[in-house]
Ligand binder design. Structure first.
Ligand SMILES: Cc1cc2nc3c(=O)[nH]c(=O)nc-3n(C[C@H](O)[C@H](O)[C@H](O)COP(=O)(O)O)c2cc1C
Length: 197
C-alpha cells in the first residue's frame, strides 16, 4: 500500500500542538491506538524492560502524561531505582510514531492516588485487589483472584505514575517525504526541530 500524504501541519509549533491533542484523545478513548503505549524502564542490571500500559491522562500545559500500575510490580522497583523512562506510541493509520523520554514521579497513597482510585470504579479496582504478587507462579490463572483483598488493601497496591516529558520525537512515514521532528522543553520553553528520518 502506498504511503499516505501527511495530514499533519508542516508548521512545527502547530504539529506539536496536534500531537498533544492526539495524546489527549488517546488517553480518553480505549479505541484509540495511542491509548496503548509501550513503557520502557531500566532494571538494576541496566537492561531495558518494555511492556504495554494504558495512557490515562495527557496534560499539554504541563507536558505531563499519566499511567497506573501495581506497587508490587517489577517496573515499580525499576522506577524507584531509575526514574527515567520512555513511552512509545504508534498510530498505524498515519504510520506515525511518537517516542517520549520522561522523568517519572510515583504517587502512592497520596492525594492524587486516592483521587484516581475513586475514579477507577469497582472493575478497575479489582485489578489491584489480588493477594498474589504480580509475577508469582500460579496453579491456574483464576488463583490470582482469590482471596481478594479489601478495597483499602487494594488502594495500598495502587500507584499513579506521572511522566514529565523531556523530549518528544515524531516520525511520520508520509508521502512525498518522511517527516521527523524533535521537541524538547529546556527551561519550560518549547524547542522544535526537523531532523533527518
Ligand atoms: C493491553 C494491555 C494493557 C496493559 N495496561 C497496563 C497498565 O496500564 N499498567 C500496568 O502496570 N500494566 C499494564 N499491562 C500489563 C503490563 O504489560 C505488564 O505485563 C505488567 O504490568 C507487568 O510488568 P512488569 O513486571 O514489567 O512490572 C497491560 C498489558 C496489556 C496487554
Amino acid at each position: 500500500m502506498p504511503q499516505p500524504p501527511s495530514s499533519f501541519s508542516a508548521d512545527l509549533t502547530e504539529l506539536h500542538a496536534e500531537i498533544w491533542r492526539m495524546l489527549g484523545r488517546g488517553a480518553a478513548d480505549a479505541k484509540d491506538d495511542l491509548h496503548w503505549p509501550g513503557l520502557t524502564t531500566i532494571d538494576a542490571q541496566h537492561r531495558p524492560q518494555s511492556r504495554i500500559v494504558v495512557l490515562r491522562a495527557a496534560r499539554p500545559g504541563e507536558r505531563g502524561l499519566e499511567i497506573h500500575t501495581d506497587h508490587r510490580s517489577l517496573k515499580m522497583r525499576e522506577l524507584e531505582h531509575q526514574p527515567q523512562a520512555s513511552l512509545l506510541f504508534y498510530r498505524p493509520r498515519s504510520r506515525a510514531q511518537i517516542r517520549v523520554q520522561a522523568l517519572t514521579q510515583l504517587h502512592h497513597l497520596d492525594d492524587l492516588a486516592r483521587q484516581r482510585w475513586q475514579t477507577l470504579g469497582e472493575a478497575g479496582q479489582t485489578l489491584y485487589c489480588s493477594s498474589v504478587m504480580p509475577g508469582s507462579p500460579l496453579e491456574s490463572p483464576e488463583q490470582a483472584l482469590t482471596p481478594a483483598l479489601t478495597s483499602e488493601q487494594g488502594l495500598a497496591n495502587f500507584v499513579v505514575i506521572t511522566l514529565q516529558v523531556q523530549t518528544l520525537e515524531w516520525l511520520e512515514l508520509a508521502r512525498p517525504v518522511h517527516r521527523r521532528a524533535l521537541f524538547s522543553y529546556p527551561d519550560s520553553v518549547l524547542q522544535a526541530q526537523w531532523i533527518a528520518p
